[in-house]
Design a protein around this ligand. Structure first.
Ligand SMILES: Nc1ncnc2c1ncn2[C@@H]1O[C@H](COP(=O)(O)OP(=O)(O)OP(=O)(O)O)[C@@H](O)[C@H]1O
Length: 914
C-alpha cells in the first residue's frame, strides 16, 4: 500500500488502457483518514478509488527535466508528462541528448530575439536551456570543428512547426555568420516567395507547406554565408483545381487578388477571390489572422530582392490570372455522332484565358473539348465528355502551375546559388530539411503515398543513424552493450520501393501499360502483396483502395486517379496548343516537353520514379552529413495555445520512436572519436601526452586521458575509438576550453610582453629620432636667425660706409661742378669776345670797302656817290642792328646749353672717379 501525504506526486495508471493511454501524473491535494483527493496533470480533481493503480513519482522529475535522458521514470507517461509540464511553463523545447523535441506553442513567444541569438552563440548543448538556436549553433560549430557538412532534419506532422523551425534556424545562421550581407537577405527573402506559391491553408495547418524543401546553406573559408541552394520536392498539384472543405488554394492567388491595385486587376480582367471556382471550393477565402494584402506587399518586395524583373512579375501574374479564368470555364454536356461530348458555356472566360495564354480562343476551345488520336498514321479527332474535358482542363492548369513553381525555385537559385565548382567559393554547408509530415486523411491518394514514402525514408535514416549503425558499431568495436529493441521500418520501405514487384514499381508498370487502369493496378497490388503483413486489404472488397502499415500508423489509399497522377503527362493537344502560343514565358516553361516529342513524352519517367530518384539523392546527401534531428510535436488539432492533447502527443512520440531514442541515448555512447583524434583534441587536459603522430600507444594515451579527466564515468574504449556519452563530450569540451583558455592566457601574456616590449623599443627609438630632428631643427633655426642678423648688421655697416663715401664724393663732385661751371662760364665769355672781334673785323672790312667806294666815288659821279653813300650808310646801320641781335641770341643759347649739360656730364664722371 502506498502511503501518501499532501503535496506528494504520484502516477495513476489508466483504468482501461487504450492503445494510446499512458499513466498520468497527479498531486495529492488532500489526504486524511484514508481519503485521498488528487489533482491530475490535466487539472482534474478527483478522489482516489480502491483498485486504482498508483505509484510514487520520482522527485527529480516532478518539475520536469531539460534533457529526457536524465528522466528517472523512463516510460511513455514520464516523457509525456515532462513535455506537458514544460509546455505549460512555455518551455517548448526539450532535449533527448542532442535531439531536440519542439512542441508547437501556437503563440508568439519572446524567445527568438537578437539577444537570444547572441546568448546561444558558441554554447555547448546543455549549457543553456534547450532551444532551436542551440541546434543551429551546434551544427555551425560542428561544421567548423570537423570541417564536415552538417544537416538538420526537421520532422513532424503537418502543423507541428517544421517550417517555423526551419525559418528560425535560417535566421540564426544568417545572424551568426556575421556578414549581414545581401545574400543572407536573399536567402531569408526566398521564404515568403516559396511559401506564397507552395503553402496553403489546410484543415491541420493554416500555413501548410505543400511541398518538401531542402535548403543547403553554403559557408566560405571564413565561415560566412556565401550562397545557398534550394531543392524542392513534389508540389501538391491537385490543390490548384480542388480543395477540401475548410482548405484553400495556394496563398499566392488570394494575396494577388487582395493586394493588386484596381488598375492591375483590370489589366488582367480579374475580380474578387470569391468569384473564382478554383478559390472557393473550400469555403472561406480568408484565413483568421492572415492579411493577404500585406503578405502580397512582402512577396513583391522579396521578388525584387531576388532579381525577379518587372517583366517576370507580369508574366507570372498573367499565368496566375489565366489559371483563374480557366477555372471559371464551364462545360455543358452534349452528344456528337452518338458520342458523349462537351461544349464550353460562355465564351468570356475562355477568351480571357486565351488572351493571357497567347492562344487562339478557338484552338483553346478545341483543345479543351476534343482530343486527337493518332492511329496507324491517321489523325482522328473525337469529342470529350464533360468529365474528361474537365480533367483535361485541370491537367492544363496543374501543368502550368507545377512548371511555374519549378521555374520560381530555379529563379531563386539563380540568385542565391553560386556553384560549387569554384574551390574558393565554399568550404562546407549546413542543410535544413523541411519536408511534408506524415499524412493520413479521410481519403488518401497518390500524393499521400509519396509523402508517406518520404517520411518512411526519413524515419529509416533516423533509425539507421540512431539505432542500427550505433549498435553495429558497438559490436564491431567490442563494446559491452545491452542490445536495445527498436522498430525498424525497413520492411515497409522494402514493400513500397525496394523489393521486386514493390508497390511503386507495380504502379509504374501499370501506368506505362496502355490498357492499365486504376482497377487493374489495384488487382495486381492485391495479388502480389496480400500475404504481406504490412499490406492491408480494404475491409469491404468493393472499396477500391489498398492500405499500408506505416511506422506512424495504418493508411488506406484510394486507387482512383492513381495512374493518371503518376503518369503526370500532358495531352499532345495541349502541348501543341502551347507550342503555337504567342506567350513566350509560357512556352519557355514547356521547353522540355517540346524537346521530347510525342513518343518520348509517353516514355518519360513517371512522377513516382522522379520522386524516388530525388529522394535517393536526398538520402545520399544526408548520409554524407553529420545529422541533427528536430522532432516537432503538434500538441492539439485545434491550433490553440496551451492545449495539450495527450493522446495525439503520445501517438507522435511513439511513432517517432522517442522512447527507444531516449533509451538508446541513455544506454549508448552517441559520441565517438578515433583514438588519434581524441588524443590530439584532449591531450591538452593531461600533462605529458604527446601528439598522435609521436605517441606510441594511442589507446593507452586515451585511457590515461579518460582516467584522469572522466574518472569513474561510463566511458568505453573500443578497438579504434573512444565511446562517450553526450554529457562527457560537453564536459570534455568545457574542460578543454578551460585549459586552452588558461594556456591561451599564458601565450597572450608572453605575446603581449613581447609585443609591448618591441613596441616600447620602437617607440623609444622613434622618440630619440624625433628629439634629434627637433633639436637639429631648433639649432638650425637659431643659426639661420643669427646669420640673418649678421647679414643685416653687415648691410647696415656697409650702407653707412658707402653713405660716408658718397657724401665725400658728393662734396668733390659739387666742387668739380663748381669748377666746371666756372670754366664753362669763362669759355662762354671767350666765345663772345671772339665774335665781337669778328664783328669788328667785318665792320673794319666794311669800313675799308666803304672807304674804297668813297674813293671810287670821288673819282666817279659825286652825286651818285653821295647817294650811294647814304644808302650804304643806312643799310649798314640796319644790318648792324640785326646781326648784333642775332649774335647775342646765339651766345645766350650756347651758354645756357652748357650750363644745363654740365652737371649731367660731370656727375657720372665724378661717380666713376669715386
Ligand atoms: N516556434 C513557434 N512559435 C510560434 N508559433 C509557431 C511555432 N512553430 C509553429 N508555430 C505555429 O504553428 C503553425 C504551423 O507551423 P508550421 O507551418 O511550421 O508547421 P509544419 O510542420 O511546417 O506544417 P506542414 O507540414 O503542414 O507544412 C505556424 O503557422 C505557427 O502559427
Amino acid at each position: 500500500m502506498v502511503v501518501l501525504h499532501e503535496g506528494d506526486h504520484i502516477w495513476i495508471e489508466p483504468d482501461k488502457p487504450g492503445p494510446f493511454d499512458v499513466p498520468i501524473g497527479a498531486r495529492v491535494k488532500y489526504s486524511a483518514s484514508g481519503q485521498i483527493q488528487v489533482i491530475d496533470d490535466d487539472g482534474k480533481e478527483f478522489w482516489l478509488r480502491p483498485g486504482m493503480k498508483i505509484r510514487h513519482m520520482h522527485a527529480s522529475v516532478v518539475n520536469g527535466v531539460e534533457d529526457m535522458i536524465s528522466l528517472t521514470d523512463l516510460n511513455e507517461g514520464g516523457i509525456l508528462r515532462n513535455l506537458l509540464i514544460r509546455y505549460n511553463q512555455k518551455l517548448i523545447y526539450t532535449y533527448t541528448g542532442s535531439i531536440l523535441v519542439a512542441v508547437n506553442p501556437y503563440q508568439v513567444l519572446p524567445i527568438y530575439t537578437a539577444e537570444q541569438i547572441k546568448a546561444y552563440r558558441d554554447k555547448k548543448i546543455g549549457e543553456l536551456p534547450p532551444h532551436i538556436f542551440a541546434i543551429g549553433d551546434n551544427a555551425y560549430n560542428n561544421m567548423r570543428r570537423y570541417q564536415r557538412d552538417q544537416c538538420i532534419i526537421i520532422s513532424g506532422e503537418s502543423g507541428a512547426g517544421k517550417t517555423e523551425s526551419t525559418k528560425l534556424i535560417l535566421q540564426f545562421l544568417a545572424a551568426v555568420s556575421g556578414q549581414h550581407s545581401w545574400i543572407e537577405q536573399q536567402i531569408l527573402d526566398s521564404n515568403p516567395i516559396m511559401e506564397a506559391f507552395g503553402n496553403a491553408k489546410t484543415i491541420r495547418n493554416d500555413n501548410s507547406s505543400r511541398f518538401g524543401k531542402y535548403i543547403d546553406i553554403h559557408f566560405n573559408a571564413k565561415w560566412c554565408i556565401e550562397g545557398a541552394k534550394i531543392e524542392q520536392y513534389l508540389l501538391e498539384k491537385s490543390r490548384i483545381v480542388t480543395q477540401a472543405q475548410g482548405e484553400r488554394n495556394y496563398h499566392i492567388f488570394y494575396c494577388m487578388l487582395a493586394g493588386m491595385t484596381p488598375q492591375e486587376r483590370s489589366a488582367l480582367e480579374l475580380g474578387q477571390a470569391s468569384e473564382y471556382h478554383y478559390l472557393v471550393q473550400g469555403g472561406d477565402v480568408c484565413v483568421d489572422g492572415r492579411d493577404d494584402a500585406m503578405e502580397y506587399a512582402g512577396i513583391k518586395s522579396a521578388m525584387k530582392v531576388l532579381n525577379f524583373s518587372d517583366g517576370d512579375s507580369l508574366d507570372i501574374h498573367g499565368l496566375l490570372a489565366a489559371i483563374l479564368h480557366l477555372g471559371n470555364v464551364r462545360y455543358a454536356s452534349t452528344v456528337v455522332d452518338n458520342i458523349d461530348a462537351s461544349e464550353v458555356v460562355g465564351d468570356r472566360e475562355l477568351a480571357r484565358a486565351a488572351r493571357l495564354l497567347g492562344c487562339n480562343p478557338v484552338n483553346l476551345r478545341d483543345a479543351l473539348t476534343t482530343k486527337t488520336i493518332f492511329t496507324r498514321g491517321d489523325t482522328v479527332t473525337s469529342p470529350m465528355s464533360v468529365d474528361y474535358a474537365t480533367d483535361v482542363k485541370d491537367a492544363l492548369v496543374k501543368g502550368i502551375y507545377g512548371r511555374l513553381f519549378v521555374w520560381i525555385v530555379i529563379k531563386i537559385n539563380a540568385a542565391i546559388y553560386k556553384g560549387r565548382s569554384a574551390e574558393k567559393y565554399y568550404q562546407n554547408s549546413i542543410g535544413v530539411l523541411d519536408i511534408f509530415g506524415f499524412e493520413n486523411f479521410g481519403v488518401n491518394s497518390f500524393e499521400q503515398l509519396c509523402i508517406n514514402f518520404a517520411n518512411e525514408n526519413l524515419q529509416q535514416f533516423f533509425v539507421r543513424h540512431i539505432f542500427k549503425l550505433e549498435q553495429e558499431e558497438y559490436n564491431s568495436e567490442g563494446i559491452s552493450w545491452k542490445h536495445i529493441e527498436f522498430i525498424d521500418n525497413q520492411d515497409t520501405l522494402d514493400l513500397i520501393a525496394v523489393k521486386p514487384m514493390n508497390i511503386l514499381s507495380l504502379v509504374d508498370e501499370e501506368a506505362k501499360f496502355p490498357k492499365g487502369t486504376d482497377d487493374t493496378m489495384l488487382h495486381k497490388l492485391h495479388q502480389n502483396h496480400s500475404s504481406n503483413s504490412l499490406y492491408l486489404q480494404p475491409r469491404a472488397a468493393v472499396t477500391k483502395a489498398f492500405g499500408l502499415r506505416h511506422f506512424a500508423g495504418d493508411v488506406y489509399y484510394s486507387a482512383q486517379g492513381f495512374l493518371d497522377k503518376n503518369r503526370d503527362t500532358f495531352s499532345a493537344d495541349l502541348v501543341k496548343l502551347i507550342q503555337e502560343s504567342s506567350n513566350k514565358f509560357l512556352k519557355s516553361l514547356f521547353a522540355r516537353d517540346f524537346a521530347m516529342g510525342v513518343e518520348t513524352r509517353k516514355r518519360a519517367p513517371t512522377l513516382s520514379l522522379q520522386f524516388k530518384k530525388s529522394l535517393e539523392a536526398l538520402m545520399k546527401t544526408l548520409t554524407q552529413c553529420q545529422p541533427f534531428f528536430v522532432r516537432c510535436i503538434k500538441p492539439n488539432e485545434l491550433k490553440k495555445p496551451l492545449t495539450f492533447d495527450r493522446e495525439l502527443c503520445v501517438r507522435q512520440l511513439r511513432y517517432s520512436g522517442m522512447m527507444e531514442t531516449i533509451r538508446i541515448r541513455r544506454a549508448g555512447y552517441p559520441i565517438r572519436h578515433q583514438f588519434a583524434d581524441f588524443v590530439d583534441r584532449y591531450r591538452v587536459l593531461v600533462d605529458g601526452i604527446p601528439t598522435s603522430k609521436v605517441c606510441r600507444n594511442l589507446r593507452e594515451a586515451c585511457a590515461t586521458i579518460c582516467k584522469q579527466v572522466l574518472s569513474g564515468q561510463d566511458v568505453q574504449l573500443g578497438k579504434t575509438k573512444v565511446f562517450l556519452k553526450d554529457a562527457h563530450d560537453v564536459f570534455l569540451e568545457q574542460e578543454r576550453d578551460r585549459q586552452l583558455t588558461k594556456k591561451i592566457i599564458v601565450i597572450q601574456k608572453r605575446w603581449r610582453g613581447y609585443f609591448y616590449r618591441k613596441r616600447y623599443l620602437a617607440m623609444r627609438r622613434a622618440s630619440c629620432r624625433i628629439q634629434a630632428w627637433v633639436r637639429m631643427f631648433l639649432a638650425r633655426r637659431r643659426y639661420l636667425r643669427q646669420r640673418t642678423g649678421f647679414l643685416r648688421m653687415q648691410a647696415v655697416l656697409r650702407a653707412r660706409q658707402l653713405n660716408a663715401a658718397f657724401q665725400r664724393s658728393r662734396v668733390l663732385v659739387v666742387n668739380l661742378q663748381r669748377y666746371a661751371r666756372g670754366y664753362l662760364a669763362r669759355r662762354r665769355c671767350h666765345g663772345r669776345l671772339a665774335s665781337v672781334i669778328k664783328l669788328q673785323s667785318n665792320i673794319r672790312r666794311f669800313i675799308a670797302q666803304k672807304n674804297y667806294a668813297n674813293l671810287r666815288l670821288r673819282h666817279g659821279k659825286r652825286v651818285e656817290a653821295e647817294k650811294l653813300k647814304r644808302e650804304m650808310e643806312e643799310r649798314l646801320k640796319r644790318e648792324k642792328g640785326s646781326k648784333e641781335a642775332k649774335i647775342e641770341a646765339e651766345k645766350a643759347h650756347r651758354v645756357s646749353s652748357v650750363l644745363l649739360l654740365a652737371p649731367a656730364l660731370l656727375y657720372p664722371a665724378c661717380s666713376l672717379c669715386f
